[in-house]
Design a binder for this molecule. Structure first.
Ligand SMILES: *Cc1c(COP(=O)(O)O)cnc(C)c1O
Length: 223
């Protein structure tokens, strides 16, 4: 199967229900260009160096999403151009993104990463952590951050019921935040959940953004 065909299949399944973030990590520029030439404009990467390298060499109308774990000291490299940072998982990171937003004279869009999986290897806030973190004082100080919603990763398991439950839990957290902390914010609208193995489930549970890599570009070789 070609990248173009894979992309068409995935897009047909998603239809208009969610935004497709094509996860191109580890893949060469030619592969991204094949997707680009088939109309894809939103790409996700999980390493800062790879993201900036691809940003510099590929067409400028691509929207770049940072989907991986981000260290505060690397925010400066992506702050000028990144379209969305999915994995914001600490107060320190929020404050650093704000500082870099001020320097670059822009509001940087972010998602708050929530810990929804059973495994404790995955990053993210718990529900109680996020509720105590997001006080009025902090939110007011974040002048150059646009909090657009939440992101989460389900447990890596074949148990669809469990995955569905975890996605439903993320949707519930999103709804609660939208109705309380972000009741006055028109931009708190996004739920980033779903990858190659579980995106249809995620969409059924309310995802607005799916991050799909291997179903489009094929399996990755890590070296
Ligand atoms: C790699 C990655 C994806 C895509 O994974 P696939 O299973 O290849 O679709 C999605 N989200 C994050 C955070 C990732 O690191």
């Amino acid at each position: 199967m070609s990248i173009q065909n894979n992309l068409r299949t995935v897009k047909e399944q998603i239809s208009e229900r969610a935004l497709l973030v094509a996860v191109s990590k580890t893949k060469p520029n030619e592969d991204l260009m094949e997707a680009y030439n088939a109309g894809q404009r939103v790409f996700g990467e999980n390493k800062v160096q790879e993201l900036t390298g691809k940003y510099e060499s590929l067409p400028k109308d691509i929207e770049w999403h940072m989907i991986g774990h981000l260290q505060s000291n690397k925010v400066k490299y992506i702050a000028p151009f990144v379209s969305l940072i999915h994995g914001v998982d600490s107060e320190k990171l929020l404050k650093t993104i704000n500082k870099e937003g001020i320097k670059n004279n822009r509001k940087i869009p972010v998602l708050l990463q929530m810990h929804i999986a059973e495994e404790d290897t995955k990053f993210g806030f718990s529900k109680s952590e996020i509720q105590s973190l997001l006080n009025a004082e902090l939110l007011e100080s974040l002048s150059n951050v646009e909090i657009k919603g939440v992101m989460g990763m389900a447990t890596f398991t074949r148990d669809d019921q469990q995955v569905r439950q975890e996605f439903a839990n993320l949707k519930k957290i999103f709804d609660e935040l939208q109705q309380t902390v972000f009741a006055k914010s028109k931009s708190f609208t996004e739920i980033s959940m779903g990858m190659s193995g579980d995106y249809l489930l995620a969409i059924e549970e309310g995802s607005t953004m799916v991050r799909i890599g291997s179903s489009i570009f094929g399996a990755r070789n890590y070296h």
